[in-house]
Design a protein around this ligand. Structure first.
Ligand SMILES: [Mg+2]
Length: 369
């Protein structure tokens, strides 16, 4: 049977700025709103959807250079579209805003192809599992002790998470106390910590030693992800049961290759909304596989649930409080956890997601020209 041909007739991006329920903070940043950029690509009478958490300027990159280079291309040829976009961004600079824009378009193209074939994305890519384990993630540095305990405990008791992650690094003197609060709240679940690059290598090692007494099993970005030697130092000296993880700022395969080749991480993280889409995420997974390193998906849980069923070396995905809330509000089909795992919605083609237009419109943000 010949594959259907579907020429791309429209590429459209919109930005939505959703206020947080209260101020949120990690080791190196605070924020009061999160911006979601949603891309729709139309071909053959169907529309695919993709998204990224990025600045609203990513929507302008989509509507400008990326829409221009995809006009009239065959939507079934996702790889050709990906190459065309990457070439088009050469002189713009791929890393950063452009990569988030291209990521959302690539995701929309995969969603569209699956819809054109009337297949769930997992079936199109080839499934290795029915659901994807999640770890609860939040524990912002500005939470009260009670709110921290409540949030982490709920992921374990209500959602069945085997692992939960909290932020550290904003006030290192309080972090051992905060980690003890968390440890008490989560019973036998494993505690993960994320410093978002707040520490020097020696500061990070000091924190790793304090955390080891609390059976912390994961230390994410103990130092800046740009400091591969620093990550190696912490990895070499950290307690043996503590995984060192990084990779969320990877915008292209070369970034992951350098991180893996340096031996900087026990678990590689990648984010399909930044690393050139589903295509780039699968490349990151393959690179990690070559280095015998497991992969963990960063944020955007609805998207990673849909991809994750098809990635052999995926350990888990990040059930990030901020994005869980936004995706439940704005996407019909956003997954809900069951026994510590999520599944893409059954019986729906593509990602299985649809934008709740009326709900989203309330958060429409201005896209810079
Ligand atoms: Mg992180």
């Amino acid at each position: 049977m010949a594959a259907p041909e579907a020429r791309i007739s429209e590429v459209r991006a919109r930005a939505f700025s959703v206020p947080t329920e209260g101020p949120e903070g990690d080791g190196t940043l605070t924020w009061t709103a999160t911006t979601l950029v949603v891309v729709q690509v139309t071909a053959g009478g169907l529309t695919g959807i993709g998204y990224t958490y990025a600045d609203a300027s990513a929507a302008a990159v989509v509507d400008g250079v990326l829409a221009d280079c995809l006009d009239g291309c065959d939507a079934m040829d996702v790889s050709a579209c990906w190459l065309s976009m990457r070439r088009r961004l050469r002189n713009v600079g791929v890393a950063g805003v452009a990569a988030t824009a291209m990521s959302a378009v690539d995701t929309a193209l995969w969603d569209l192809k699956a819809r054109l074939l009337d297949l769930p994305l997992g079936v199109l890519l080839g499934r290795v599992r029915d659901n994807v384990p999640i770890y609860g993630s939040g524990g912002f540095t500005n939470l009260s002790d009670d709110d921290l305990a409540r949030q982490l405990e709920a992921w374990v008791r209500r959602d069945g998470c085997r692992w939960v992650k909290m932020k550290i690094g904003a006030d290192p003197g309080r972090d051992p106390h905060r980690m003890r609060i968390a440890r008490r709240a989560i019973g036998n679940a494993a505690l993960f910590i994320d410093a978002n690059g707040a520490f020097t290598p020696r500061e990070a090692l000091h924190m790793a030693c304090a955390a080891a007494d609390l059976d912390v099993r994961w230390f994410e970005e103990p130092v800046s992800s740009d400091d591969l030697a620093g990550l190696c130092f912490v990895r070499d000296h950290a307690p043996p049961m503590m995984d060192i993880a990084a990779g969320e700022y990877g915008f292209d395969p070369g970034y992951f290759q350098k991180m893996l080749a340096a031996g900087s991480v026990d678990v590689l993280q990648a984010d399909a909304t930044r690393c050139l889409g589903i295509t780039g995420f699968l490349q990151a997974a393959t690179l990690a596989e070559v280095h015998h390193i497991p992969l963990s998906a960063h944020c955007a849980p609805a998207l990673h649930a849909a991809i994750g069923v098809s990635v052999p070396n995926l350990r888990h995905l990040e059930w990030f409080a901020d994005h869980v809330r936004i995706e439940a509000m704005l996407f019909d089909g956003a997954p809900t956890p069951h026994a510590g795992a999520v599944s893409p919605p059954t019986g729906r083609p593509g990602l299985g997601l649809a934008l709740k237009e009326a709900d989203a419109e309330r958060f429409a943000a201005r896209v810079p020209a």
